[in-house]
Design a protein around this ligand. Sequence first.
Ligand code: SF4
Length: 385
Amino acid sequence: MSRVVAIGGFDHVDALSIGGNSPVLIQTMWKDRLGFSDLEGKAGEATVERIAALKRMGCSLLRFAVPDLEAAEVLGNLAKMVSIPLVADIHFDYKIALRCLDFPIAKIRINPGNIGSRERVEAVLTRAAAKNRPIRIGVNAGSLPLDLRDKVDSGDISQAEALVEAAEQELAIFREFDFSSCLISMKASSVADTIRANRLLAERTDVPLHIGVTEAGPLIAGVVRNAAALMVLLSEGIGDTIRVSLSDTVEREVIAGREILACAVDSGEALIKGGGAAVKRAGSQGQGVKIVSCPRCGRNSFDTHGFTEKWQPALYAMDKNITVAVMGCAVNGPGEARHADLGITGAGDKVLIFRHGKVIRTIDAADADAAFREELETLATKFFN
Ligand code: SF4
């Protein structure tokens, strides 16, 4: 089992534990560069609300690229405005890491092997230790040290072995400075390499692992590749935080992460290895809203795709274990979704809302959103409080 690393818990920042028997946490990474204008006035309110919504959806850690000192100032100021632990993602420049540690930024992602001189590494680790800020090492198949790259190219070692060797080199630097509040990730765009590398490293260290397939592609490819790798690793008890890297929005990365964790729990019994504690740990944050929706066919009289797309963010942001069904037709809809707590379906030129398979409202399509909202609120307050 991995060691426990504490994160946050100072100022107004959420206190979390990563590793051990703690829940597996979902992380995502902001897609654009933030400027000071994104923190001011209406734009600032929108930024803070978007981050609050991500947290409600199940995101526990939010990472930002910090390519220069100005980005560090912006992130530092954002960290004063939100409670979700923020992670500064830094490459090479130790001065950026030192500046980030002046702010309530909860975690730094930097590789000690990339910082330069021993004095610089010591400066970053000493300040991080004094401020109780963990550091994550991020090893990536695309940026392996040249000697390891050569060994892979000449067939001496596999890509997975090279990732592990690079990770162990970085961990050795932390050990040298007696810095134990660390985490590590080894990312590859290959599902097989991601699984192999994390299995290998999990046998050799108790440092918590952040897992995911990197550069995983657009929505469908990215979700499938991540699910394929993460389900295997989680079922074996490997992985303490996850990120589903997508060429898509942060919201979809979080939703995908939630669905993968829910599937890991669901299938825990069926997966042979590690189906117990590790899989339960994956889902110990609670299921939240589960959406079932029909694929639509020629019988449909309701745009299930549009309705699901529109309601998805709000539903995932609800802190209730409710199953919601969105069905295309009255012939099969309510029957197919009998298990749903609340459902909506087309019925000719009308729309039906049903609860546990029984129709409770018949409305015009134009009133569908308002009626669905009312019934969802009623369900949440009366039946799931
Ligand atoms: S609920 Fe109706 S529209 Fe949707 S797939 Fe089933 S039969 Fe087709």
